[in-house]
Design a protein around this ligand. Structure first.
Ligand code: C2E
Ligand code: CA
Ligand code: CA
Ligand code: CA
Length: 272
């Protein structure tokens, strides 16, 4: 039986694709990346159209692998989610973001907020409420300086536990944003079931607002709906002055994108 098992294993080994190999390698490396200090948090400016100034930043994870160099989040966040490593990595990002928010608010005489991406697994398989409370207390970051970005996929499954967690976090005074809004799902009713403060319109719509009337109408409608529900709107992936001008004219609250700057280390971040 043992020999047979080994044969089966060999057969299976040969079937493992290049991609699986790649993934297994990355998974092992990702486990070590935290202790080796290879994970860094970069910050991308968020611009307020009405006040004409930077009002905060989104925290974006960066991994500098010793052999591979920079590995894009899209290549490793999924692995971190599947393995559960995202819980530990996510807490690391949250702590860094809270420290940075405290530092910026000490230096600058206005409220600056930091937005942190939260994976569904962090909400569903860890006590997010307790983690947020702990990290805020440890760092001295004010709750209003923190925003948590959630995906639509999490909110579409209307779990009582998710709602309780988000209500706990909201009650602390932390803001809650829906990330990549408009992609993938058509059911909007979840917006009324959760305490949401911000909608982040996905970059795919912003890309087309100047040339595609249907995208322009969609973005205007999202803004009207969000404002009607008391939410703030952030346009993502703003790359040109033309897009920024159009968004300002139609009453979008904030913009984020290469037009103002890409994500940089906290020390290089400029509050303009
Ligand atoms: P996201 O949350 O939608 O973040 C926005 C992505 O768009 C970032 O990619 C950002 O660098 C990029 N971006 C910003 N402005 C522009 C622009 O003007 N044009 C274009 N083409 N792209 C722009 P990034 O940093 O590679 O992150 C990719 C995704 O990885 C994020 O998408 C987010 O879903 C995930 N991610 C990043 N950091 C974290 C994290 O700490 N935790 C979790 N759970 N996910 C993260
Ligand atoms: Ca995000
Ligand atoms: Ca996004
Ligand atoms: Ca995204």
């Amino acid at each position: 039986a043992k020999a047979k098992g080994r044969n089966n294993f060999q057969f299976y080994s040969q079937e493992i694709s290049q991609r699986d190999h790649e993934r297994l390698g990355l998974e092992a490396d990702l486990r070590r990346s935290l202790i080796r200090g290879e994970l860094m948090v970069y910050y991308q400016p968020k611009f307020d159209f009405m006040h004409g100034e930077v009002v905060g930043a989104e925290a974006l994870l960066r991994w500098h692998h010793p052999e591979r160099g920079w590995v894009a989040p899209d290549s490793f966040i999924g692995i971190a989610e599947d393995t559960g490593l995202i819980v530990e990595i996510g807490e690391y990002v949250l702590r860094d973001a809270c420290r940075v928010a405290l530092e910026w608010n000490r230096i600058h005489q206005r409220d600056l907020h930091v937005a942190v991406n939260i994976s569904p697994r962090q909400v569903q398989q860890s006590d997010m409420g307790a983690t947020v409370r702990k990290v805020l207390a440890e760092t001295g970051c004010a709750p209003r300086w923190l925003e948590l970005e959630m995906t639509e996929s999490l909110l579409l499954k209307d779990h009582a536990a998710t709602r309780t967690t988000l209500e706990t976090i909201y009650a602390m005074g932390v803001n809650i944003a829906v990330d990549d809004f408009g992609t993938g799902y058509s059911a909007l009713s979840y917006l009324t079931h959760f305490p949401i403060t911000t909608l982040k319109i996905d970059s795919s719509f912003i890309k087309d607002v100047i040339h595609k009337p249907s995208s322009a109408v969609l973005v205007q409608s999202i803004i009207a709906m969000a404002h009607g529900m008391g939410m703030t709107v952030v346009a993502e992936g703003v790359e040109t002055a033309e897009q920024a001008g159009w968004l300002k004219a139609i009453g979008c609250d904030m913009g984020q994108g290469y037009h103002w700057g890409k994500a940089v280390p906290a020390g290089e971040f400029e509050v303009k």
